[in-house]
Design a protein around this ligand. Structure first.
Ligand code: COA
Length: 158
């Protein structure tokens, strides 16, 4: 396995990120315009990261919204061939640390009700389910599970 570098996402990463986004999220993938719009709000209210192989390939990415007391995980994704290697955990740990650094007190996220793998990752990192948003994901109409974690405790999965 090649070593990884986690760094801030820039507009130059959009091609690599969008390739992964489409492969992982299909019809529900974010558009280039949407992602570029998100990056334009960095660092004021957003924090986007990529995980890059030593050959420069983007194998994961994640995004955070931090506004006042509250933070949201906007996206978290890892290339399928690199699942189970701890990359998702590393990205999530960096989002948690950044939210704490920005003075947020709690962190929220939405995850597809049928995405058991991601829910397991979030639970392992201290998130608990607080509600359901019916038909949140479009066009499929899949429900979202809303999860929350306080940030008073240190950002670790232990
Ligand atoms: C959800 C997702 C981000 C998880 O990424 P990941 O890199 O596979 O996550 P991790 O490797 O940190 O953890 C996944 C599993 O690998 C295991 N793992 C972690 N480090 C490991 C290592 N070094 N060696 C072997 N296994 C390891 C973890 O124990 C975990 O197991 P569990 O799921 O049974 O608890 C990824 O599956 C993904 O991109 N899915 C599609 C997009 C998506 O659903 N995003 C979330 C939207 S809300």
């Amino acid at each position: 396995m090649s070593p990884l570098r986690l760094r801030a996402m820039t507009p130059g990463d959009l091609d690599g990120v969008l390739t992964l986004e489409l492969a992982l999220f299909g019809a529900e993938a974010w558009s280039r315009e949407m992602l570029a719009g998100e990056l334009s709000q960095q660092p004021a209210s957003r924090y986007y990261l990529v995980a890059e192989d030593d050959d420069g390939a983007i194998v994961g990415y994640a995004g955070l919204l931090a506004a006042g007391d509250q933070a949201d995980v906007l996206t978290l994704a890892v290339a399928t061939i690199r699942w189970g290697q701890g990359i998702g955990s590393e990205l999530l740990a960096m989002l948690l640390a950044e939210a704490v650094r920005r003075g947020c007190r709690e962190m929220f996220l939405e995850v597809r009700a049928d995405n058991v793998r991601a829910q397991r990752l979030y639970r392992r990192w201290g998130f608990t389910e607080i509600g359901i948003r019916h038909g949140y994901y479009q066009p499929s109409g899949t429900d979202a599970v809303v999860m929350r974690r306080g940030l008073a405790e240190p950002p670790s999965s232990a």
